[in-house]
Design a protein around this ligand. Sequence first.
Ligand SMILES: *Cc1c(COP(=O)(O)O)cnc(C)c1O
Length: 350
Amino acid sequence: MALTVRADLANLPDYIPGRKIPGAVVLSSNEVSTPAPAAVLAAIADAAADVNRYPQMANDDLLVRTSEYVGVPQDRLAIGCGSVSLCQQLIQAMCAEGHQVVFAWRSFEAYPIVTQIVGAEAVRVPLTEDYRHDLDGMLAAITDDTRVVFVANPNNPTGTGLRTAELERFLDAVPDHVLVVLDEAYREFVTDPDLPDGLELAAGRENLAVVRTFSKAYGLAGLRVGYAVAPPEVTAAVRKVAIPFAVNRLAQAAAVAAMDAAEELLSRCAPVTRERERVRGELVDMGYEVPESQANFVWLPLGERTAAFNDHLLAQKVVIRAFLGEGARVTIGLPEENDAFLAAARTFDR
Ligand SMILES: *Cc1c(COP(=O)(O)O)cnc(C)c1O
């Protein structure tokens, strides 16, 4: 008898990583362009000396340090291989076949993938005309079968942010059987004081999980580590579905060192957000439409012109992330990287 791979996996969209071209300016994956601080690299080197040993199964030291860092008890925390893994574990913990997962579209491309992997149904609610979550539309999309709603704040790839009042109103209106997963991968780049801190929202709520990552502002994209803050019964289930020893020894050590070096790492965010405003301003002056961003990237809703824009930039060795037929997402890098992008954008025939 022949092997039978699950037929439904054929419909699963591939996660498309940013392209890497030798010598190019890479602005496609929302990474920070600055290497990790020396203390973090030293912690990784120290941990490397023991790679013949398994890491701590329960991430003990990292859990203690994260708990202290974010001011959340350990039973409300779960550590994972990046927030993508935590999103997948949250779905595995909450959903089975026949359940529904609601999210905005376009939003983070991992959401439909982690949903379909467990056989749940993805319910996409289109963004509003100004590229923001349609929270009323998302509420209307919730049914008795809905188990999880993803909200990325700020949203990837549009960079748009939801304000505290509108998000609180939404959370109050979501029925009790639904877990809202608030994805704050870019929280450290938020400059609008009206945007919420998810951990403050989570404090009084039993239907909210907040996921955060060390991949972006903390500069550890290559090591895959993040955390979730959620009610204890949810974190317990998230731990149950984890792959044993998934978070490796280097990642655990690096994340602890990154929190110890938080002052230095977070001080790198202001130059990025200043550059974000400069880049957006120049693009708007050139005649591009660019929604206001609260993340470390900008969104150019170019529609059918996206492919031509992407080709033009690639010819100038600037790699961005194109969503064909929709738009281009451009990470904010160092000033000279952004200048290379702006020069290429200026010569695009629009
Ligand atoms: C980059 C990103 C993440 C981070 O994923 P990791 O797995 O932690 O690297 C999570 N959510 C969104 C919306 C992102 O853009």
